[in-house]
Design a protein around this ligand. Structure first.
Ligand code: FES
Length: 273
């Protein structure tokens, strides 16, 4: 898929330097197109799965073990099955309203404005540009200086919302240590816990979080605790891309497992009660 066909040099962005007079579209001979392609496939598959599940309105709660899928947490419509609403039911159960309508929009905006996902979908869906040393797929480039992309700067506020939602997911995972006999522990608990730990790791590794923890300081030496916290967040931050993908996987796996148990396709593997 290496592209070396001749082309007319494009107009340059305002104030930008003229591109070198190279007739080829790109001189790269490696598989630069593979990363954008796999990103399109992976993100599209996940979005389709999540959309189907969110509007399915069933198989999200296992009454016996109190497993609640994160796609329905917290369940706040009056359609939510008994026991699944840990924070009340104050929205109408219309088909178009997700049962977790209170949190899903913020989670969507948190991921959409995430620094890593921006890079991923700018490159793969918008081809802007698809890879280093490969021309932009568009005639002009304004970056994030105008509406609507200017609103990407709201990311830090979605981070606060995501942190609160991670607390709710943590609470769900704690409540799931349940069985008809009282305390219980099964494979579902492990899956819910791993998902929550990964969600925290992704949330804390956020670039905005790193700035909140260590930004606006002149001397780290005078703030040893913040330096320590910033060092930990920085360690996670360099793994942010991996965590972004891992959490998509753990979210889908957790949801699928809860769906499979709730639907009666499989039995939960129980270790205690
Ligand atoms: S930069 Fe990715 S979640 Fe904040």
């Amino acid at each position: 898929m290496t592209t070396t066909s001749a082309r007319t040099p494009r107009p340059q962005p305002r104030g930008g330097r003229a591109r070198a007079a190279i007739a080829a579209k790109t001189l790269r001979t490696d598989r630069w197109w593979f990363a954008p392609l796999i990103t399109v496939v992976g993100l599209s598959a996940w979005v389709i799965y999540a959309t189907v599940r969110v509007f399915m309105h069933k198989w999200y709660w296992v009454e016996q073990y109190h497993y609640l899928t994160p796609f329905y947490s917290p369940c706040v419509t009056d359609r939510c099955v008994e026991g699944s609403s840990h924070f009340g039911q104050f929205l109408p159960g219309w088909w178009i309203i997700p049962d977790a309508a209170l949190t899903l929009p913020f989670l969507l905006l948190f991921r959409l404005t995430c620094y890593y996902y921006r890079k991923a979908y700018y490159r793969s869906f918008w081809l802007s540009p698809p890879a280093c040393a490969v021309p932009d797929g568009h005639q002009s480039y304004s970056g994030e200086t105008r509406f609507p992309l200017l609103s990407q700067n709201l990311h830090r506020y979605f981070f606060y919302a995501a942190a609160i939602i991670s607390l709710i997911n943590t609470w769900d995972a704690i409540l799931a240590f349940h069985s008809p006999e009282g305390f219980g522990f099964g494979l579902g608990n492990i899956i819910l816990l791993v998902n929550v730990v990964m969600l925290w790791a992704y949330t804390i590794s956020c670039h905005s979080c790193r700035h909140i923890i260590g930004g606006r300081l002149k001397h780290f030496s005078k703030h040893p605790m913040r330096y320590k916290a910033w060092t930990g967040v920085s360690w996670l931050n360099v793994r942010h891309m991996q965590l972004a993908w891992i959490t998509l996987g753990t979210l889908a796996l957790t949801d699928f497992y809860v769906m499979a148990v709730a639907a009666g396709w499989i039995n939960d593997l129980r270790f205690i009660n």
